[in-house]
Write a new protein. Structure first.
Length: 534
């Protein structure tokens, strides 16, 4: 039997550093700020921190445009600060996972500057062409820009300041392997791999006509991508028993298996997106009303599709889950707890995003000028050229902008939620007066203390950590599923509505967001219950 890995029993907590905790009053979160909150994360019960990029960067895309993979950006502190973070986290049995961005770099990276000057050895570190094809970028607009120095176009599937690396060049593989070893030698536990299934481009032919993603079939989940992942695993990652989870866009079930099934020796886990796209019409900016049943069926589908899942409802690119899937008004407390019940009882590794454990909500901005997200501004500019009303354009941004998840963590009811003593880089939600860490620590009925108790239950319960998954009922806004391990079973019942629902399951309740000992087949509004069925 294959030995069980730490991440199969563990819980991973994502930190978006610029929004977590500011230690020096400059308005940006930093590494010393993270260190100052490690005791709180230990008390929450997590096993690892996924750290969004802290590398040196011009910050065009908030650190996902890397100028030096082996340096800490001064915004976040120093390499000594990072080493202290590693040591302090280790002392609390918390691992650190770095964000690995190897589809593209910043245009300020030394490699790109040398490549644009055609310096020997660097000519083809990036993808250059005399004539651009028709591919579109993920941030809207075209995927090519002309460089006056080089006299050619370069490919960028994201912002124009994020040129794509050319993985056909063996030197790029060697550079990335050196980067992996640098951080693994320091003691990091592994990597979250950014947009990892689009790193290899089969060719540069024109794509099918599409307003945004023309060209997708030429670079999506290609054989070349799989070869790169197997090589990185074989040559570097296995040597350190390093963990990897991949952000994988537009993957089918089979493509997901090809990326992370154990016998493939590529990634350990992947983030699938289907459940996060169930209210989309094409792209995320166009939505129909959220339908829980469609969400449930996507969740169940992927629970069966993969040997092991990376489960999440929020991250730095997604709106807040309580605003999106729950009720952030009257039933804020109950619906946030119900979502926690679901997240922590599915088969797989749970990922908690900073602030999710206190039920942080979407932003309260009223105008595009209050946002910082480059993607949101790009889409706003494109939408202004189309026959949309101002009201509709703002609705697009308000419901889907990445800045919904990027406001400072609300630590207290002090100014700016205790995130900073200065002016925050992105304004903090005004509801910090009522939704904050300090007040929830004192309140036994808080969302935070519910997370702590549920995490403690999961840690001691092998059924929740190791059991199989089987859906028992999917009906409208009700989802019931069963976890089983070595003949022992637990049933999870969820009500995604403000109505009372009846279900054909009764038994002893062992955990839930409504106090009761016996579960008699009735779900209260936004109830989540773990029961031993009769």
């Amino acid at each position: 039997m294959q030995q069980r890995k730490w991440w199969q029993d563990g819980i991973i907590y994502q930190i978006y550093p610029r929004s977590f905790c500011d230690s020096n009053g400059d308005g940006y979160g930093d590494i010393p700020g993270i260190i100052s909150k490690l005791d709180k994360l230990e008390a929450l019960g997590i096993d690892a921190i996924w750290l969004s990029p802290v590398y040196k960067s011009p910050q065009v895309d908030n650190g996902y445009d890397i100028a030096d993979y082996m340096a800490i950006d001064p915004m976040f502190g120093t390499m000594e600060d990072f080493d202290k973070l590693l040591a302090e986290a280790k002392a609390r049995n918390i691992r650190i996972i770095m964000d690995l961005v190897i589809n593209h770099t910043s245009d300020q990276h030394e490699w790109f500057q040398r490549s644009r000057r055609r310096e020997p050895g660097y000519e083809d570190y990036y993808i250059w062409a005399d004539k651009p094809n028709n591919w579109g970028g993920f941030f809207g607009g075209g995927a090519w820009d002309y460089d006056e120095v080089r006299g050619q176009y370069y490919l960028h599937l994201f912002a124009k300041e994020q040129p794509d690396l050319n993985w056909r060049n063996p030197a790029v593989m060697e550079e990335v392997q050196d980067i992996l070893r640098f951080w693994l030698d320091k003691g990091v536990a592994g990597f979250r791999c950014d947009v990892i299934n689009i790193i290899w481009k089969n060719d540069l032919e024109n794509g099918v006509p599409s307003p945004i993603l023309a060209g997708l079939k030429h670079y999506h989940s290609t054989p070349g991508c799989h070869a790169i992942l197997r090589r990185l695993r074989r040559d570097v990652l296995d040597e350190y028993d390093a963990y990897t989870v991949g952000e994988t866009v537009f993957v089918s079930e089979q493509q997901g298996r090809d990326l992370c099934e154990p016998n493939r020796k590529e990634l350990d886990e992947i983030f699938s997106f289907e459940h996060m796209e169930t209210e989309q019409i094409g792209v995320k900016w166009f939505k129909h009303p959220f339908k829980p049943e469609k969400f449930f069926r996507a969740i169940a589908k992927w629970q069966h599709a993969l040997t092991w899942n990376a489960n999440y409802f929020e991250n730095h690119d997604q709106p807040r889950s309580v605003s999106r899937f729950g009720d952030d008004g009257k039933y804020h407390n109950k619906s946030a707890k119900m979502l926690a019940t679901m997240l922590l009882t599915l088969k797989g590794t749970p990922f908690i995003y900073e602030g999710q454990e206190i039920g942080m909500t979407n932003f309260d901005f009223t105008h595009i000028d209050q946002l910082q997200d480059v993607e949101s501004h790009n889409v706003w500019g494109i939408a202004k050229k189309l026959p949309f009303t101002d009201t509709y354009r703002w609705k697009m941004i308000k419901t889907s902008s990445r800045d919904n998840a990027r406001q400072g963590v609300q630590w207290s009811d002090a100014l700016h939620g205790g995130f900073t003593t200065g002016t925050p880089w992105l304004a903090v939600n005004k509801n910090y007066k009522t939704i904050n860490y300090a007040s929830q620590e004192r309140d036994s009925d808080s969302i935070l203390n519910y997370y702590k108790s549920l995490i403690a239950l999961r840690r001691e319960n092998e059924i929740l950590r190791r059991g199989t998954f089987e859906e028992k009922l999917i009906r409208g806004d009700v989802f019931v599923y069963e976890r089983e391990y070595e003949g022992k079973k637990l049933t999870v019942a969820l009500n995604f509505s403000d109505k009372i629902r009846s279900i054909p399951f009764k038994g002893k309740q062992i955990f839930g967001n409504y106090e009761k000992k016996e579960f008699i087949g009735v779900l209260a509004p936004w109830e989540g219950a773990i029961i031993e069925v009769e």
